[in-house]
Design a protein around this ligand. Structure first.
Ligand code: C2O
Ligand code: CU
Ligand code: CU
Length: 482
């Protein structure tokens, strides 16, 4: 009797340890690291005679074999899953032609890009099936790892989960001194968790508080990946492209590495860390060092929040027997760019799936911001884990529950993790693209929350003027009347 209940209890404890409390299981120990990491192709067009760089992008359906012998129906940009890495330089004039060949309307948002609101690709710039959307703007920001993904209101979870996303790297006029050979020592790592059904189909279970939390990880759309390291230093551009999962990233042997950039640009100087936490939509650039012939795992470690449960193996790094020597890490990377706090304070109370008690209404402008403003945005999370992304802007974290953020989080950002029952204050710098009728978004980037309406709208206006009635565009497709 006693023995039996002891066994039952230990079984219970074991089961609990394996599944964790958030529903997602870790994958540690289940991988063989058999597949070379896919490097999304670069799309870096030469400027045309008019000086404009043109990027043709097709949203399309396809099949991708993540699991051997079990092709999965997926969506992608110019391919079956994910999209090319776009690249442009500060000062470049860029023109996108986004054609929607899917069976339903979508959008393409340039997350982290500072541009006029009509070019932003949010829920007000819908592209109907068969339609093409052609935004054009000048890159006017510092070097950064930005990204693109759809943003149709209420459907972002599905469209991103099926595979519509890609990186958009921006370079500065002068070199940073960091590794920069794309795919060799400057490597994108797009992290996404998935759940697969019996036949390899993507399980679209967006239930629960946080929506989909998968038990399998894809890196750049590769399941079970390894990357062959050929240089003594490698820069990784890590993007959390997951719907909800938060990763607490580090190496299996706990080696130190340097964070060199946050979402919106480079840090003043490299900051040594052992781990960093990345929530959906955030980007961190890191530089790690390798010894000839060694192998080490990049991992997501079990963390404090409900959405970083379990230990995950992400990628095996396999160093060649001989490595090309990399340049030393520069002591200083970027000119210091201190945050300007500004006087206007706006407060946002984050509820379960609302902001200040309200849900997104495409016809309501929530905030009117004068062009070029510097403001303080106070986020007061009264519930469970959320994060917060603001379109168009660059911000700095002033404090988290009154404490200065750790050094590796003091760079320019556009998305911030806000743990449950926590207050975060941001110094936000707004742009000058005035448009009183076309709103930008701010929202939780846990896509289920965003879809449920945990999102608000702001417009940028000439100082002293008011917002106009929101204007929504719809790029007509086959059935359009224009
Ligand atoms: Cu990455 Cu409003 O989005
Ligand atoms: Cu965005
Ligand atoms: Cu949220």
């Amino acid at each position: 009797m006693r023995r039996r209940s002891f066994l039952a209890l230990s079984g219970l404890v074991l089961g609990f340890a394996l599944t964790g409390c958030g529903g997602a299981e870790g994958n540690a120990g289940t991988l063989t690291f058999a597949t070379p990491l896919h490097i999304p192709p670069l799309l870096d067009p030469a400027p045309g005679p008019d000086g404009v760089k043109r990027f043709p992008l097709r949203l399309q359906e396809g099949h991708t074999e993540f699991l051997p012998g079990k092709p999965t129906r997926t969506w992608g940009v110019n391919g079956g899953y994910l999209g090319p890495t776009l690249r442009a330089k500060r000062g470049d004039r860029v023109a996108m032609a986004v054609t929607n060949t899917l069976g339903e309307a979508s959008t393409l948002h340039w997350h982290g890009m500072r541009l006029p609101a009509v070019m932003d690709g949010g829920p007000h710039q819908m592209i109907q099936p068969g339609g093409t959307w052609s935004p054009e703007w000048t890159v006017e920001q510092r070097a950064a790892t930005t990204w693109y993904h759809p943003h149709p209101h209420g459907l972002t979870s599905r469209h991103v989960y099926r595979g519509l996303a890609g990186m958009f790297i921006l370079d500065d006029d002068r070199p940073s001194g960091l590794p920069d050979s794309y795919g060799t020592d400057d490597v994108p790592l797009i992290l996404q968790d998935k759940k697969f059904g019996e036949n390899g189909e993507l399980a679209e279970k967006f239930g629960g508080t946080f929506g989909l939390l998968g038990d399998r990880i894809l890196v750049n759309g590769t399941y079970d990946p390894f990357f062959r390291v050929t240089t003594t230093r490698v820069r990784f551009r890590v993007l959390n492209g997951s719907n909800a999962h938060v990763y607490n990233i580090g190496f299996a042997d706990e080696r130190k590495f340097h964070v060199v950039a946050n979402d919106a640009g480079l840090l003043d100087k490299p900051v040594a860390v052992q781990r960093f936490q990345i929530s959906p939509g955030e980007r961190f650039e890191i530089v790690a060092e390798f010894a000839p012939g060694e192998q080490v795992l990049l991992k997501g470690f079990d963390g404090d929040s409900e959405i970083e449960d379990g230990d995950y193996d992400l990628l095996k790094l396999v160093a060649a027997p001989r490595l090309s020597p990399s340049a030393a890490l520069p002591g200083k990377i970027e000119d210091p760019w201190p945050p300007v706090e500004g006087k206007t304070i706006r407060r946002f109370r984050l509820g379960g799936d609302d902001i200040n008690g309200q849900q997104m209404d495409m016809a309501r402008i929530d905030e009117v911001v004068p062009a070029g403003a510097h403001e303080i945005w106070e986020l007061d999370n009264t519930t469970f884990s959320h994060n917060f992304h603001i379109h168009e802007v660059t911000f700095r974290i002033l404090d988290i529950d009154g404490e200065q953020p750790p050094e590796h989080l003091r760079g320019p950002k556009d998305t911030v993790f806000v743990p449950g029952k926590t207050k975060v204050r941001l110094a936000v710098e707004f742009g000058r693209h005035v448009d009183p009728a076309t709103p930008y978004m701010y929202h939780c980037h846990i896509l289920k929350h965003e879809d449920k309406g945990m999102m608000g709208q702001f417009v940028i206006v000439e100082p002293g003027t008011e917002a106009a009635t929101p204007r929504t565009l719809s790029m007509a497709g086959h059935h359009g009347h224009h």
